[in-house]
Design a protein around this ligand. Sequence first.
Ligand SMILES: Nc1ncnc2c1ncn2[C@@H]1O[C@H](COP(=O)(O)OP(=O)(O)OP(=O)(O)O)[C@@H](O)[C@H]1O
Length: 577
Amino acid sequence: MKPNQIIKLDQVFQAINAGIIVINDQDLVCYCNPVAAHLIGLGMQDILNKKITEVIPNSELFRVLQEEESNADQLMIGDRMVITSRSPIDQDGKMVGAVAVFQDGSELQRVLSRLDNTQNSLTGLENIFEQAYDGVMVVDSQGIVTRITKTYCRFLNIAQEDAVGRHCTEILPTSRMHIVAQTGHAEIGEVMDINGKEAMVMRLPLRENGKLIGAVGKVMFRDVQDLRTLAEKLDVLENKLKFYEKELKHYQKFRYTFSNIIGKSQAILQTKVLAEKAALGKSTVLLRGESGTGKELFAHAIHAASLRHDQPFVRVNCGAIPAELLESELFGYEEGAFTGAKKGGKPGKFELANKGTIFLDEIGDLPLGMQAKVLRILQEKEVERVGSNRLQHLDIRVIAATHRDLEKMMNVGEFRRDLYYRLNVFTVTIPPLRERERDVLLLSEHLLDKFQRELGSSVKILDRRVAELFQLYSWPGNVRELQNSLERAINVAEGYVIHLEDLPLYLQDLEGRRSTTSLQTLTLEMADAERRAIIKALKTARGNKTKAAEFLGIHRTNLYKKMEKYGLEGEISDGMV
Ligand SMILES: Nc1ncnc2c1ncn2[C@@H]1O[C@H](COP(=O)(O)OP(=O)(O)OP(=O)(O)O)[C@@H](O)[C@H]1O
């Protein structure tokens, strides 16, 4: 070899993108190009004239020299994988050295590992495809089956190897997979006949880079009956849900309207007119009146006649909830707010009443601490659940009620002045029953009817003495007391009529005392006589009041007054008189 020729060859070796290393017959490196030095990771001075095993400890190059045979291999140099090809150098039949050409294999290694991953995913997908509980079939754009699950094959009664490669209609005449593969229009939830059974299927077109390449079909329900059963179950659940929703609405809805408030006395009629006015406005309403006068009834009726009537009506009995629970009942709480807090938290009554009406019954029983919190909500119109820092805006109307003397409570510091003024905007005071004398019999009649419907009682009317006693009694417990007395009486009464003996003992005693008090007896006897005379006159005059007044020798307006007093208006033929 001429020197200038060596230089040229060396230039080639320098330029080549592969490592080249040459050893002589002493195993010493006599040539190494820059790529090889870079892959080995040493400088030229540490490579040239060094034993090859010092440079690359696991080199096999000297073996090629000994065995005089070429080979190719993968080799680790440091942490790098290289692919090497080794050959002995023969000069005139004598081995003078060996050359190794090697290339960085890490890129190749990365490609191989990606291939490996792809292979694994493919195997995984194939397994999933095979394990699919329902039948799945894939066709190409011509409708030729390329894949089909074993389950589907069993369902179609065909061997998997017989199915693949055939046109879908050959294995299932009703198949439309080839059509979907052509049109590209998915068909979902179609019922098809598969071997005499109705199954529900879906067929989806397959696209690659926007081009249709086939279709995949899946049996959703092998038997439409399965679907029907499922639909029936869903139906039952939906009905249940509707029922509970209705119940909830009913619970949150008003139960009474103004027409449920019985009474024709001036006092109650005026109160109703005032309450109807309150209903049409937006202001807070404060219902006052003795216990049992019908405050709750009025609260329902006001909500029912208001613009919010189709929104919730939520009642809170401020006196019945233990103080320690009041806060979470009124404002709700977040999950984990305290030990025992329900999962998911719980909305408070204010939140439940949003957009509707909240009825704060027995507001006078609200503890002082809570009064401040309730006041804040009424002022800010925002509520924050216990354990939360999120404020919720509220749009609520407030109706409050109490039988207590709030002014007196305020003066002794039991009721907050600011809350009092916030509530006392539109006050409706419900008169006690003793001021509605003529309503007692009307209410009794109404309540007896109600009991007859609810309890199936046969009792219908009051004995004359009972009716008299009812009209004269002061009813400190108001309508509730009347209601309770009648309920007790119908349980005791044996026939159609309620007698004195059927009344609670305290009322019987009262009647006993009344009969022995001569002055009272005289008044009552006179009233009784007057009442009877009026009834007789009205009957004789066949209801004509002018004539009846003439018979009695009194003025017509006087007759009206007396009829109102004895509750005879419109009830002259009623069993009660
Ligand atoms: N005018 C009325 N017509 C028909 N029923 C009435 C009337 N007033 C009261 N009632 C009945 O009397 C009972 C007591 O009424 P309600 O509970 O509304 O009274 P309240 O004033 O809210 O009592 P409390 O202050 O003790 O809570 C209820 O069963 C109610 O339906």
